[in-house]
Every structure is written in C-alpha cells, then in structure tokens.
Design a protein around this ligand. Sequence first.
Ligand SMILES: *Cc1c(COP(=O)(O)O)cnc(C)c1O
Length: 227
Amino acid sequence: MPNTISEHIEREIARIKAELPCGVELLAVSKTHPVEYIQYAYNAGQRWFAENKVQEMTQKYESLPKDIKWHFIGHVQTNKIKLMAPYVSMIHGIDSFKALAEVNKRAAENNRVIDCLLQIHIATEETKFGFTPYECFDMINTEDWRSLTNVRLRGVMGMASLTDNKAQVQTEFMWLKETFIRLKLGYFRDKPTFNVISAGMSHDYRIAVEEGSTMVRIGTTIFGKRY
Ligand SMILES: *Cc1c(COP(=O)(O)O)cnc(C)c1O
C-alpha cells in the first residue's frame, strides 16, 4: 500500500461523488474512525458525516469544524437525544412515536427544528430496527405527529438484508421507495421538504441508487475497515 490514508480517503470521495447521479447526496459514515480521518475527508470537501453513537459523535462535533453537518444513523435511545439536540443535523432512525416526541421536546429546548427520517424495516433479518410499513402508517395516521412543531419529517431510511442475492436487495429497496411514495402522496403532498430516501451502504449503494435512493451512507469504502 504505497498510498497514504489521506490520499485514499480523498480519492474515494471524489470517485463516489463522480459516480452518484445528480440529486443523490453522499453521507460519509465515520463511526469508529479517528477525527484525523474526518479532517482528511473535510479537506477533500466532504461536509456531511454520519455516526451511530451519540457520545462519540458529540466528541467529534466538539473538536471539528462547525460547518460539518452531523447525521445520526444509530438506534435512537430516548435518554441520549438530549446530548445531540443542540447540533445534530438529521436523525435517520426514528422508529416510534415516543422517539419522535422526545426529539421534539429536546429540539424545542434548544429552539431548533430537527430533521428526522422514519426508519422502515425492509430487511428479512430480525436484528434490524425500524417500523414495519404497517406500523409506520399506523403512527402517521394518528396525526399526533402534526403537533410536534420542532421536528420536521424529511423522508425514510432503510437497510437492506446483508446478502449476495441482488434481486432480494433490489426488492427491499423498492419497498422502501414504495413506502416513501405512499407517505408522500397521503400526508406530505404539500411538503417539498419530504424528499429524502436514505438507502445504500458500501456494499449495496449502487443498487440503492438504481432503486431511488437520494442519500447514500458510505463508511468502509471511504475510510477502510472498522476495528
Ligand atoms: C455503519 C453504517 C453504514 C455504513 O456502512 P459501510 O458498510 O461501512 O459503508 C450505513 N448505515 C448505517 C445505518 C450504518 O450503521
């Protein structure tokens, strides 16, 4: 490996950005990696980063440039929301009304409106978090979320099964898009900001983009393996 890690990070970001169609955003998933790596990506022009542990993200937020947009992609634990509410840019893993209400409360305390995505369980594996589409519509149907004025629902997020079966992964991303469209037509028709489908990781982002993703979350390809 003659190349340094900073060259690798810079090259991969440029390569992925060139490959993504117009309108698809790149989120650099920096979880477990040191702030130096994030700084290299930042120097290469990357501004959107994602983490899945609130404490780790907060430490990184504190020591890095303030024009970085921090996306939280981990499981939302209600007792940790307070810590990220002052600065987090988007929370991808909303999977209950309770979580959304807690984000709303903490956002209000900070005089902020926080962008949120509804995490939809599209994989066949049982370990992944998220609403089933049925549960999601159940929650949205109540209209209770309309009173939460310090959160803004921006769209959906999903993770496909970890499998080499491309057809299955395609089908799962299609379900995600279908859920997005049904939500959009039923409840967010008048909200142009309900426009995010967060889908695709290092191993499946090309399929996700083919199936309508507007935001890919890529870690390993950019930063290397996590230990
Ligand atoms: C870690 C993680 C990613 C990035 O995964 P890579 O395979 O490293 O690209 C994307 N989304 C979520 C929710 C993650 O936890």
